[in-house]
Write a protein that binds this ligand. Structure first.
Ligand code: PLP
Length: 439
């Protein structure tokens, strides 16, 4: 008789895990306040009062900047939009390169392509999965203009080393901090470690407003350019040239990346809940790290010295040699022992993944080098004097981590109880003890 659920045995648990849902009375009251006001967006797309958004948007920006210790916070309708604003603000353009992590969400590199610049992928750190400073240095050319780092899984990039490299070569650092709100490095918040940092408020993140994002920077000029790009910059610039004849209008093609008053009102309430949610995640992950770390084939991925990890996902390194089966087999078996989460049935499986960390350059757009039109721009654009290379093997650490080692799960999301976590631990142990069934 097989014991493992994947082979027809009884699963460890069938009762759904509780939903991660912290939309409550506070958000309802905030939304009602906006609905009663009748002003669902305060933005105007021209250079006049309203160019900077309505009262909720401006209050959110003020609160966000104070919370994270940034001079400017700029609310947008997604982290993706924020990254696009950042790439435009630093004047990326045809012929330029920007170095980017291959272990991130597509948008980090797409922001570079949007301005017809070429993403150059550097490798990641084997333990922390952020960009590796040594690999960055090897990829810098006279065309390099910026480094796009990602605070992946919940911890900050190596800001000390990478900011030094950027300074030495006169490069901007743009920080994709969608996954690590309240993560810290030597006391400073992720999202404020580079020249520009971008947060996400989409449904899957620590806190959310359905969709949304916030950009942080201490640089007045970049903040001004990003506020323009957010809101039909070319129209705005037309209004400003009278006052400022020297205004640089490079990269000011207009977008509408504006956040609504409803999203801003929800975000303000969500921000108040962030520290409690982060603390609970950390507590749950500490427990799971210590219990699951006792299983011989599993090692909790470490946290960078001086850093706080906030666990967007909880990463483990899997040793296939010790287990005698590969990580995909093992994880598929664990997933069958455990149910889904309320509200997330759409995913049709437990909150565990052995495919996380896909090296982005393996995606068809990079393999075929096709982004704009049929002439392979920007990769083969005549303005570009470099040679884009997206061959398998360019980032061997990322490829190995993705193929063989990395497992992530999200069972630590509040409000899970100790009993819930113990079911997770039991499922992993059961699969470990019966791993011969998987061979
Ligand atoms: C979620 C995510 C994004 C995109 O955020 P949106 O707000 O959905 O645009 C970007 N980068 C990373 C690393 C993410 O996890």
């Amino acid at each position: 008789m097989p014991k493992l659920a994947i082979n027809g045995g009884n699963p460890v648990r069938t009762k759904l895990f509780p939903a991660y849902n912290y939309i409550g009375d506070e958000e309802q009251t905030a939304v009602s306040r906006v609905l009663k006001s009748g002003t669902l967006s305060g933005f105007y797309g021209s250079y006049m009062a309203g160019f900077l958004g309505g009262p909720e948007v401006q209050a959110l920006e003020k609160e966000w900047a104070k919370y994270f210790g940034a001079k400017h916070a700029i609310a947008v309708n997604s982290c993706t939009s924020g990254l696009y604003c950042a790439a435009g603000a630093v004047r990326l353009g045809p012929g330029d390169e920007a170095i980017v992590s291959p272990f991130t969400m597509m948008a980090t590199a797409t922001a570079i392509l949007l301005f017809n610049a070429v993403p150059v992928f550097a490798d990641i750190e084997a333990q922390y999965f952020c960009l590796d400073p040594k690999s960055i240095e090897a990829r810098i050319t006279p065309r390099t203009k910026a480094i796009f780092v990602t605070d992946i899984c919940g911890q900050p990039y190596d800001a000390d080393a990478i900011n030094d490299i950027a300074k030495k070569h006169g490069l901007y650092v743009i920080e994709d901090n969608a996954q690590s709100p309240m993560a810290r490095l030597n006391g400073k918040y992720a999202g404020t470690l580079g020249d520009i940092g971008v947060f996400s408020l989409n449904y899957h993140k620590h806190i959310h407003s359905g969709e949304g994002g916030v950009i942080c920077t201490d640089n007045d000029e970049l903040a001004d350019r990003m506020r323009m790009i957010r809101n039909h910059a070319e129209a705005v610039a037309a209004g400003r040239v009278h006052d400022e004849p020297g205004l640089d209008i490079n990269n000011l093609i207009g977008f509408n990346f504006r956040m609504t008053e409803i999203e801003a009102a929800i975000s303000r309430e969500q921000l108040k809940k962030l520290s409690r949610l982060v603390e609970e995640r950390i507590k749950n992950c500490n427990y799971l790290s210590s219990e699951l770390g006792k299983i011989p084939c599993l090692k909790p991925a470490p946290t960078r010295p001086g850093a706080t990890h906030v666990y967007y996902v909880h990463p483990f390194l899997f040793d296939a040699q010790v287990a005698g089966v590969d990580k995909h087999r093992f994880v598929a078996a664990v997933a069958k022992e455990l149910p889904m989460t309320e509200l997330r049935e759409v995913e049709k499986s437990a909150l565990i993944d052995s495919h996380y960390g896909y090296p982005m350059y393996l995606a068809p757009m990079y393999q075929k080098m096709i982004a704009y039109g049929e002439k392979q721009c920007p990769f083969k654009c005549p303005h570009y004097q470099g040679q884009a290379n997206y061959q398998a093997g360019i980032c061997p650490t990322n490829e190995r981590v993705w193929k063989e080692e990395l497992i992530v799960h999200e069972f630590m999301r509040p409000p899970v109880s100790k009993n819930d976590l113990d079911d997770v631990v039991a499922a992993f142990w059961k699969v470990w003890e019966n791993r011969n069934e998987l061979k």
